[in-house]
Design a protein around this ligand. Structure first.
Ligand SMILES: [Zn+2]
Ligand SMILES: [Zn+2]
Length: 373
């Protein structure tokens, strides 16, 4: 089947994504599903920083690669070994988990072993795209969603409630579970807790909603972009701190009367992490959620404080969720009106404008952008 797709042939060195238009829009051939494969008609595909990392050559996929790793659509056809899906099902696509390794079988699919060794193919080692010159085109994160159709292995497509708009469902393929799950699952906060979220991007704002869901009474959001505070307050934050204007640690101690029960570094910056630890109350927990872009080997933490006041530090990856179970659960919360994704979508663009979308992501105050093939 023919499909219009955004393809990267060569990574770009030009970080504004406008000069040499790194992503080419072209027609590719998508193979019919065999075995455990499912053919999905993509209705919406969201853009995230990981896509930009691919385009600037920071990830190792062989090229040419069909871009995009978050999407939502409708199952158009299935292979004869598919057990989890039927034609017509609505699915969220994401680099979910293999479902077969030891960690997946233990319910720790967020730490799936094979997900971390993606080499531009499906789990089976095949690729389902062919360029007009007859060459194989590779998958990004075993998905490829910036295309009208993609053909993936069944565990990459998670069935969700048909009542969730697909334009919103695509966001469930990546960052949302990271934020909601860090608060509501990994930290498992108690009702009545005081919570601080450092970083009000898509993950941070999802964290705010996780805190609301779990009955936090104080939800403080720290960021440097004031335009994000309105939406944070709308989602349930009780106060905001602009860390360019005031010392967040001092201000958090003031608001909470000594320190917060839970703090979340959604940024992954060493100084932010130190602030998250410094603003803890007695027996408080600091949760590291943002992944630093390069290894960080040194942070400054008062160890005496950690021991004497029983403070804890934990890491949370993908909300520590078992994703094939968490994604449908989060979709249901959206349908029930308990989780809001609509406000996280700051723009919606056609596939032809993919380079422009990356330009906006790198230069603007975008939260989440959705590409509509
Ligand atoms: Zn696995
Ligand atoms: Zn992503």
């Amino acid at each position: 089947m023919e499909s219009k797709a955004a393809v990267l042939h060569e990574p770009t060195k030009n970080h504004d994504f406008l000069g040499d238009l790194p992503a080419k829009i072209e027609m590719v051939e998508v193979s019919e599903p065999i075995g455990e494969e499912v053919l999905v008609k993509i209705e919406a595909a969201s853009l995230c920083h990981t896509d930009v990392s691919c385009v600037v050559g920071e990830t190792g996929e062989p090229k040419p690669v069909v871009l995009g790793h978050e999407g939502a659509g409708v199952v158009a056809a299935i292979g004869d070994e598919v057990t989890t899906l039927e034609v017509g099902d609505h699915v969220v696509l994401g680099r979910i988990a293999c479902g077969k390794c030891i960690r997946c079988r233990m319910g720790k699919s967020n730490l799936c072993l094979s997900r971390r060794q993606s080499k531009g193919t499906l789990r089976t080692g095949d690729t389902s795209f062919t360029g007009s010159n007859g060459d194989p085109y590779y998958h990004y994160h075993g998905v490829s969603s910036f295309t009208e159709y993609t053909n993936v292995t069944q565990e990459v497509a998670i069935k969700v409630n048909k009542k969730i708009p697909l334009e919103q469902a695509t966001l469930l393929g990546c960052g949302i579970f990271t934020g909601v799950g860090a608060v509501a699952n990994a930290a498992n906060i108690e009702p009545g807790s005081s919570v601080v979220i450092f970083g009000a991007g898509g993950v941070g704002l999802s964290g705010v909603q996780g805190a609301v869901l779990r009955g936090a009474t104080e939800i403080i959001v720290v960021d440097v972009v004031p335009s994000k505070f309105d939406i944070a307050l709308k989602m349930g934050a009780t106060s905001t701190i602009n860390s360019m204007e005031e010392d967040p640690v001092e201000r958090i101690r003031e608001i909470t009367g000594g320190g917060a029960d839970y703090t979340f570094d959604m940024v992954g910056h060493p100084r932010v992490f130190e602030q998250a630890v410094e603003s803890l109350a007695v027996s408080g927990t600091a949760v590291l959620v943002g992944t630093p872009s390069t290894p960080v080997n040194e942070v400054s933490i008062n160890l005496r404080e950690m021991v004497k006041n029983e403070k804890r530090i934990i890491g949370a990856f993908n909300g520590s969720y078992n994703l094939p179970i968490a994604i449908p659960m989060l979709a249901d919360l959206v349908v029930e009106g308990k989780l809001s994704l609509e406000e996280l979508i700051t723009s919606s663009l056609p596939l032809d404008n993919i380079n422009e979308a990356m330009h906006q992501l790198e230069n603007g105050a975008e939260i989440r952008q959705v590409i509509v093939p």
